[in-house]
Design a protein around this ligand. Structure first.
Ligand code: C5P
Length: 404
């Protein structure tokens, strides 16, 4: 309940992401905050005042006239009685009004008649987002001190893919917690995550790769960041957006991944979730290899790649306090994970079944077993995001317990 006593005025504008604001109200209240809501006319088209009132257990303010009855509150008081104003979703239209100082409805009036800090969670179509007018309005608001969380990249409600998606509720909550200066369990700690596949060149156009999507590793980096850690994510080639608030170093080969990983030291926690290629081509061709009629196909001479996890675990004084590896197996999961724990010298192996039937590779769900020298904990099938959140909490607890 670490947001107890914090008063948040949430302005819900007219965007499809308004449905996420209902969850935002719940999450903030679970943490003890009081959440009072103002709905714009557009916002009320997407979520009903009744739903907002039920979740916030507060009266909902949806236009100027509601302020004139006995229980009403002036727009001045609405903002005065809040510690932070959160605009989520912050639409292009509402941000334009705010930048111009318009006050033609309750939301814009409250926002103008306020000297309280404002956190914006923009949400809109990608062309609206990238439009110079929107960017100029946002720059104006930020120059006046507004804080911003998101938007992220992904599928947009309009069917397009790109920037403009409202930040995840967990990220908005984390931004609010940061605003209140609340430390997460990993605040002040540095973490390193490897994610994705590696590409090992055969020649300038061809490479050896694997099916890793990077979803699990990226989700872990994000979850650690949400708990307050300063996270460096060393990622092989993936099509995922960079997790907000995380320092991302992009690499292609295992050798580059090792170099980037060692450069990120010292860290307290390292999670190696990358599917690093075990072998690379010993002598990649400088020019594209040609197919020649009548000449048999070339053979590839492979050599071993460095083992990043084992290198980190054996890094002496620079060894992270907690080194976590993954074991992607298609059979005898726990046995292989135990053997790997010893072989690699790490503290924990997260074992997951990647047999084709499991759908783990590229999919959104994962069944994992946490294998330590003395215990095996098996978690039920969960989304990769949930696995990441649980794992981040578990690791935060382990680090906390081991703190001097
Ligand atoms: O040996 P195997 O590839 O099964 O081990 C998997 C674990 O080791 C994962 O945590 C993976 O990120 C890590 N690994 C590594 N560098 C390698 C091979 C695997 O960091 N070259």
């Amino acid at each position: 309940m670490h947001l107890s006593g914090r008063r948040i005025l949430l302005v819900i504008a007219g965007g499809i992401a308004a449905y996420k604001s209902l969850d935002l109200i719940r999450r903030l209240r679970e943490k003890g905050a009081t959440v009072r809501c103002v709905l714009t006319r557009g916002g009320a088209q997407f979520v009903t005042p009744l739903a907002v009132a039920a979740l916030s257990e507060e009266r909902v303010y949806d236009d100027l006239f509601s302020l004139t009855d006995d229980n009403g509150m002036s727009h001045i008081r609405l903002s005065r009685e809040a510690d932070l104003l959160v605009v989520a979703p912050a639409t292009a239209d509402l941000m334009a009004k705010m930048a111009a100082g318009l006050a033609d409805d309750l939301a814009s009036t409250v926002l103008l008649a306020s000297d309280k800090p404002i956190l914006l969670a923009p949400s809109m179509n990608l062309l609206m987002w990238s439009h110079p007018a929107t960017q100029a309005n946002l720059a104006t608001l930020k120059a006046r001190g507004a804080l911003q969380v998101g938007p992220g990249t992904g599928d947009l409600a309009c069917g397009e893919v790109g920037d403009g998606r409202m930040a995840d509720v967990a990220d908005i909550v984390a931004a609010i917690e940061r605003f209140f200066g609340l430390p997460g369990p990993l605040s002040g700690r540095k973490a390193l995550v490897t994610s994705g596949p590696t590409h090992e060149p055969i020649d300038p156009v061809r490479f050896i790769a694997n099916r890793s999507s990077g979803k699990q590793g990226h989700a872990i980096a994000q979850a650690l960041q949400r708990l307050g850690a300063e996270v460096t994510l060393v990622s092989g080639p993936v099509t995922l957006p960079d997790p907000p608030g995380v320092t991302v170093v992009r690499v292609e080969t295992a050798a580059q991944m090792l170099e980037a990983t060692l450069s990120a030291l010292p860290v307290e926690l390292a999670v190696c979730a990358a599917a690093v290629a075990d072998w690379r081509v010993a002598a990649p061709a400088v020019e594209k290899r040609k197919k020649v009629e009548g000449v048999p196909p070339p053979s590839l001479v492979l050599e071993a790649n460095p083992d990043i996890l084992a290198t980190l675990a054996a890094a002496g004084e620079r060894r992270p306090r907690l080194v976590v590896g993954f074991a992607a197996e298609t059979e005898r999961l726990i046995d292989h994970a135990r053997a790997k724990l010893t072989r690699k010298g790490c503290d924990l192996i997260v074992a997951n079944d990647v047999s084709p039937a499991s759908g783990t590779f590229g999919g959104d769900a994962n069944t994992v077993h946490l294998v330590t020298p003395d215990q095996v904990r098996s978690w039920p099938l969960m989304s990769k995001t949930a696995v990441a959140e649980q794992l981040a909490l578990f690791l935060a607890e382990r680090l906390g317990a081991e703190s001097p």
